[in-house]
Ligand binder design. Structure first.
Ligand SMILES: N[C@@H](CCC(=O)N[C@@H](CS)C(=O)NCC(=O)O)C(=O)O
Length: 221
């Protein structure tokens, strides 16, 4: 089985799906979507958000929850929703993709603005337009200027997760959806190439590395 992932590089949901594909041993290539030019994504998927996953046979799955459901149906093993713990995996993953995500977005805002500024002033302006229209006037600049407060708020949510990972490789014992969703949110503190998970949270830093290294152990050819 092989697949094509449409992604924005910094996206936490795309990071989550990349690692699930690697865990399942599904070979994939990445179509990096230009934030300003989504024509190929639109033609393939009929919409303009990522992740979108083109599967063998041309089926295109959009929405990361649906992508997870399709992958699990098409390739049940190794399972990311093990029968024992399934409900907890789903509950935690939902929290990571929503409540935690909002806080992590704010913590990463400075890096996101830099990333899109590095592409072009137009990319930066469009990124701000999308996020300001969703969250309120001047959201991006205001958020970036509150960096310390945002990092503090993220640390408050991450600290119990660091504690939960003490002496454990994965959140619920066995690697599953919740771990991949948390990895996606931690990716926001790593996509620049510098690991910005606070050093006061060694369990979380190791957890991130453990999942990040998955691809290295899987031959995708
Ligand atoms: N519920 C969807 C949300 C998809 C979504 O909002 N993706 C973001 C990137 S993480 C996106 O494409 N946003 C559009 C934009 O920034 O223009 C999912 O789980 O895939």
């Amino acid at each position: 089985m092989s697949a094509r992932l449409f992604q924005f590089y910094p996206s936490p949901l795309c990071a989550k799906i990349r690692k699930i594909l690697e865990f399942k041993g599904i070979a994939y290539d990445v179509a990096e979507v230009d934030y300003l030019d989504r024509r190929e994504l639109l033609a393939a998927s009929g919409q303009i958000k990522v992740p979108a996953l083109m599967l063998e046979g041309g089926e295109v799955a959009v929405d990361s929850d649906w992508i997870v459901a399709r992958l699990e149906a098409l390739m049940p093993y190794p399972a990311i929703l093990p029968p024992i713990g399934r409900g907890l995996h789903l509950t935690l993953a939902r929290y990571f993709d929503t409540g935690l995500s909002e806080v992590m977005l704010r913590a990463a805002m400075g890096d996101l603005l830099e990333y899109y500024r590095g592409k072009s002033e137009q990319h930066l302006a469009f990124f701000k337009l999308i996020h300001d229209s969703r969250h309120g006037a001047d959201f991006c600049e205001r958020t970036a200027s509150d960096r310390e407060a945002n990092l503090q708020q993220a640390a408050e949510l991450l600290s119990p997760l660091d504690e939960a990972l003490s002496g454990k490789a994965f959140l619920l014992g066995r690697l599953g959806l919740a771990d991949f969703a948390l990895y996606g949110q931690l990716w926001r503190l790593a996509f620049t190439g510098e690991l910005k998970i606070p050093e006061s949270m060694p369990n979380l830093r190791e957890f991130f590395g453990r999942i990040d290294r998955l691809s290295a152990s899987i031959d995708q050819r």
